[in-house]
Write a protein that binds this ligand. Structure first.
Ligand code: ADP
Ligand code: MG
Length: 257
């Protein structure tokens, strides 16, 4: 089964415990939203799942496609079909968007087939243009250095472009909605919805309910103080939109203290 199973995950950052036992299962075909106040550990969860070396897993397990992935490097997790769209994408001066994406595709295909010789340029160009058109990105983007001088919205589109090209089985989107105006939000959401189906699952991390109007989640979870404290359906996101997080802080005051 292609599922991401997170069991009792504890993560330290610089010797401070940030995640305090997260449990969550995301199956392909399902969209899960994770909401929560700032500083609650949402990005920490995303980084830890992807294998960032600064995020120290002290307890718990993470399975993906029946494999314990905690001993795998970020590249190996990516080859298995996990993808993270960063909250704060970094610039890579000197590497164009096109070169970056072609290298990523080739790395993926070579991991699956060591004999693979590399994606033919015409096939790559056609695919890239088609995906960029979907995301309403000017074709000149392909020749620009990755994220160098990109606006906030352009960076988020570039993250979704990478996802559209790599077609992961499970994608983690960390506040992909932040910094997007309503038109960009709609376009980016369509990019995610285009992948939706039985082969694709996602963990949509967001502070605001707004993106969930476009990417309709099957499940909504709330994180407080390093734990998932409440889970429900889409109605939970609407309740948070109306009432904020305070009622949950009170309800779970013993864990949040
Ligand atoms: P969220 O994404 O929910 O806003 P984060 O996971 O970014 O929360 O942060 C959770 C806590 O971990 C915060 O107190 C933050 O200061 C701390 N933290 C996260 N990443 C780092 C880091 N690289 N170095 C130091 N502290 C960090
Ligand atoms: Mg964050």
């Amino acid at each position: 089964m292609s599922e991401l199973v997170i069991k009792n995950l504890h993560v330290n950052v610089e010797d401070t415990e940030i995640l305090k036992g997260v449990n969550l299962t995301v199956r392909r075909g399902e969209i899960h939203a994770i909401m929560g106040p700032n500083g609650t550990g949402k990005s920490t969860l995303a980084y830890a799942l992807m294998g960032h070396p600064d995020y120290d897993v002290t307890e718990g397990e993470v399975f993906f496609r029946d494999e314990n992935i905690l001993d795998l490097g970020p590249d190996e997790r990516s080859h298995l079909g996990l993808y993270l769209a960063f909250q704060y994408p970094v610039a890579i001066p000197g590497v164009t968007v096109a070169n970056f994406l072609r290298t990523a595709i080739n790395a993926h295909r070579k991991a699956a087939d060591p004999e693979y010789k590399g994606v033919p340029i015409p096939e790559f160009r056609t695919m890239l243009k088609e995906r960029m058109d979907h995301l309403m990105m000017d074709h000149s983007f392909a020749g620009r250095y990755l994220n160098e001088g990109f606006s906030g919205g352009e960076k988020k589109r570039a993250e979704i472009l990478q996802m559209a090209v790599l077609k992961p089985e499970i994608a983690i989107l960390d506040e992909t909605d932040s910094g997007l105006d309503i038109d960009a939000l709609r376009i980016v959401s369509e990019g995610v919805n285009a992948l939706r189906g039985s082969e694709f699952g996602a963990l949509v991390i967001t502070h605001y309910q707004r993106i969930l109007n476009y990417i309709k989640p099957d499940y909504v979870h709330v994180m407080l103080n390093g734990r998932v404290v409440e889970s429900g359906g889409p109605e939970l996101a609407l309740q948070l939109e109306e009432q904020g997080y305070e009622w949950l802080r009170e309800k779970y005051s013993s864990v949040v203290a």
